[in-house]
Design a protein around this ligand. Structure first.
Ligand code: AMP
Length: 302
């Protein structure tokens, strides 16, 4: 089943203790789409400026990603710059320039409007809602991400969007910020009152936790000796998670648990190299091999 995504397609400047890149293709929707396309066909909704390079467009076009919903407009692409701490666990945002996203009015191509699986990647919450409004009928599953930038600047808009989603997928500090609760289980209960019935908390090197009416399910992060750059790990997690579910056309408890593993698998590959580099050479066979490795990592008898 095709999977619809709206979010940022951007140029990023990245710095970590392992190196630096000046300007490279990034954006939440980019990492999401490239990851999800290993499992299913992706419909991408976003906007780029006239500085968007043909070779970057080719990266999307070459995969199972439909870019008829990628609008080109005069101006500059979204730009984001970030720097990571020594242990890669913390990052500071050095710049966020919305550029062409500031006036973006998303219009879904007709063929996108029947999408049954929808992901609202990190972008302004009113744009996320605009896209959702254009989807016909009730989708089978709507998930979304957001970040401190939107929690702080557009809280009312964000609360409105949350009313329409099934799964909220955010990191631990965003969970605490949104709910005003330090404890993640109490935070989940708080967030369920805002609309979502499932919370997936991405916890970087500590893995990910899913909370819903069935209880709690946790997966570890894949242990890596030399992580290089965590940029996009959360979006790749979401891409693996939603891509897997759309690919099998299910949202059963068993499928959601497997989706957590495929999310962790994609996130772990992304941090191995800078930017999108590792995802661009990744093969399906490597994804499945790492998923089997995950099963071994967490297997035990009582
Ligand atoms: P992640 O590391 O998963 O949080 O995602 C990093 C990606 O998010 C980068 O490629 C950025 O271009 C993009 N990004 C950063 N800030 C924002 C924002 N405020 N809105 C949308 N996308 C953003």
């Amino acid at each position: 089943m095709a999977l619809l995504v709206v979010g940022s397609v951007a140029y990023d400047a990245l710095e970590s203790p392992y190196g630096k890149v000046g300007r490279t293709l990034g954006g939440a929707a980019t990492y999401f789409a490239v990851s999800a396309a290993f499992f299913t066909h992706v419909h991408l909704v976003a906007v780029v400026g006239d500085d968007f390079q043909a070779n970057d467009e080719a990266i999307l076009r070459k995969r199972s990603i439909d870019i008829d919903g990628l609008e080109r407009t005069p101006g500059k692409c979204f730009f984001w710059a970030g720097r990571y701490s020594e242990n890669l666990n913390e990052r500071v945002t050095l710049a966020t320039e919305l550029n062409v996203f500031a006036d973006f009015k998303p219009r879904l191509p007709q063929k996108y409007t029947n999408s049954r699986f929808v992901f609202l990647a990190n972008i302004a919450p009113d744009l996320q809602r605009d896209v959702l409004r254009q989807v016909k009928g009730t989708p089978k599953l709507v998930a979304m991400d957001t970040m401190n930038y939107w929690i702080e600047r557009t809280n009312d808009e964000l609360r409105e969007t949350l009313k329409h989603v099934d799964i909220l997928m955010i990191n631990d500090s965003e969970t605490r910020q949104l709910s005003n609760e330090h404890n993640l289980l109490r935070a989940a209960r708080h967030i369920f009152k805002m609309g979502p019935s499932t919370l997936v908390v991405k916890r970087g090197e500590y893995g990910a936790m899913m909370v819903d009416k069935n209880g709690v399910f946790c997966v570890p992060a894949f242990p890596l000796e030399e992580p290089h750059d965590p940029t996009g790990a959360g979006d790749s997690f979401a891409g693996g998670f939603m891509g897997y579910l759309a690919g099998v056309g299910s949202k059963s408890d068993a499928a959601l648990r497997r989706a957590m593993v495929y999310g962790s698998v994609l996130g772990s590959f992304t941090v191995e190299r800078f930017g999108l580099d590792r995802l661009l050479t990744l093969k399906k066979s490597e994804i499945h091999a790492r998923a089997r490795h995950f099963a071994k990592l967490t297997q035990f008898t009582l």
